[in-house]
Design a protein around this ligand. Structure first.
Ligand code: SF4
Length: 414
């Protein structure tokens, strides 16, 4: 959340105070022109007044293409097992099968959790888990069938490209056939997670056993061709460099030009404290507010014209940084979640549940209009006026207080 007076700085003034190069790049972006690699790199390295201009231009583009509503979905996360053989060094969630805290929920338990979620107003269930050694290759399809048998209208948003590739390996079915089988069972969309940074050099240092860039693209592209939309994500704040963000975003833009299957882009700040990657010195100490603002604003600018929805991950960023990013190009607050164990296991302080009324109060605190959406982004209800359920979370929200430069535009951003 930004200081109110800072929020009022017009984007034109911020651009006027930026360096000529950054100012002309942002003018181009505001005119709706696609930016290229070199231009993206200049923005990714923006500091001081240039960063301020990037944030303000991204917020203006957001206003033009997505309006002043901030959307959210009432959903439940289900992490069906934490047993995993992949061993990603950035993950604090995966456990060995014989670990004392390893678990694998039965389908009955998962269906019961879905029923409970629907009772509480959820329209979506988001399902991901670890990859246990002996997983039945048909496990995913059986779980979807079990849920849809009881709740045919609940949107099932499930299984990362990594899990899809694992299912393909286990069943030896062709990818297209495997995805079609999941779709026929009721799969509605897939999370575009397991993307981390779409560069095999970076991926090798994070998780040599994870699917390759080529495989990630093949899964999402095939899913989109079959009419299964997906989200798109990027993990930042670890061992990557700003140039990796730009290449990642431009790659997503190329896929989207072809398929139009991404519903949104979600930057995921790296939660470091409980991960081997950080503990062994292979990563910096997670994402900073500077990076949060740069990545969200950069994604709005580079994806303009292709992906309308930029989502903040409140479980990774917390409320205050999420609100700041919602003033730096983002327009969606994500899901209420009800339970989320992956970020928590890596050391995040957030990640259990936020009541819809708390979301709405947070949204209204920055002068925007809350709206509940479906997973597809179809608006379910616009909350033009505050209601009795709205209350700010108990934790106080810090306000970012930027320094003021000679041109009366914050010098260091936020
Ligand atoms: S990120 Fe996913 S695949 Fe990697 S270790 Fe964690 S649970 Fe397993």
């Amino acid at each position: 959340m930004l200081k109110p007076e800072y929020r009022e700085i017009p984007w034109e003034r911020a651009l006027a105070a930026a360096s000529p190069n950054v100012s002309s790049i942002l003018d181009k972006a505001l005119a709706g022109t696609d930016l290229g690699l070199e231009e993206g790199l200049a923005l990714a390295h923006a500091e001081g007044n240039d960063l301020t201009a990037l944030v303000k231009a991204a917020d203006e583009i957001r206003r033009r293409v997505a309006g002043d509503r901030i959307t959210y979905v009432v959903n439940r996360n289900l992490n069906f097992t934490n047993v995993c053989i992949v061993g990603c060094s950035f993950c604090g969630f995966g456990k060995a099968a014989d670990a004392p805290d390893a678990y694998f929920h039965s389908n009955e338990t998962l269906v019961a959790k879905c029923l409970e979620a629907v009772e509480l107003g959820a329209t979506e269930v988001c399902i991901q888990g670890g990859l246990p050694k002996d997983l039945d290759g048909y496990y995913y399809v059986k779980l979807i069938r079990a849920i849809k048998a009881r709740l045919p209208n609940l949107h099932v948003h499930a299984f990362s490209p990594m899990e899809i590739v694992y299912g393909v390996e286990k069943t030896r079915l062709p990818l297209r056939e495997y995805l079609q089988m999941l779709k026929d069972a009721g799969l509605d969309s897939i999370p575009g997670t397991a993307a981390e940074i779409l560069d095999d050099r970076v991926r090798k240092s994070l998780s040599p056993n994870k699917l390759k860039v080529r495989q990630w693209i093949e899964v999402v592209r095939t899913a989109h061709e079959l009419g299964i939309p997906s989200t798109s994500t990027m993990m930042y704040g670890h061992a990557e460099e700003p140039a990796d963000w730009v290449r990642h975003l431009l790659l997503l833009r190329e896929i989207q030009k072809e398929t139009r299957g991404f519903t949104e882009f979600v930057p995921l700040g790296f939660i470091h404290s409980q991960t081997k990657l950080f503990q062994k010195g292979g990563a910096r100490a997670g994402h900073s507010i500077h990076e949060d603002l740069t990545v969200h604003a950069l994604s709005r600018v580079l994806l303009n014209g292709y992906i309308v929805n930029i989502q903040v991950s409140w479980v990774k960023l917390g409320y205050a940084d999420s609100l700041a990013c919602l003033e730096a190009g983002a327009n969606d607050f994500g899901g209420t979640l009800m339970e989320e164990s992956i970020s928590k296991a890596a050391g995040a302080n957030f990640g259990e549940y936020v009541a819809p009324g708390e979301f709405r109060a947070l949204i209204r605190s920055i002068g925007r209009i809350p709206a509940e959406r479906a997973t597809s982004y179809k608006i379910r209800k616009v909350f033009e006026h505050p209601d009795a359920e709205e209350r700010l979370p108990a934790q106080p929200l810090p306000v970012f207080a930027p320094a003021t430069s000679q041109v009366a535009v914050p010098a260091t951003g936020y």
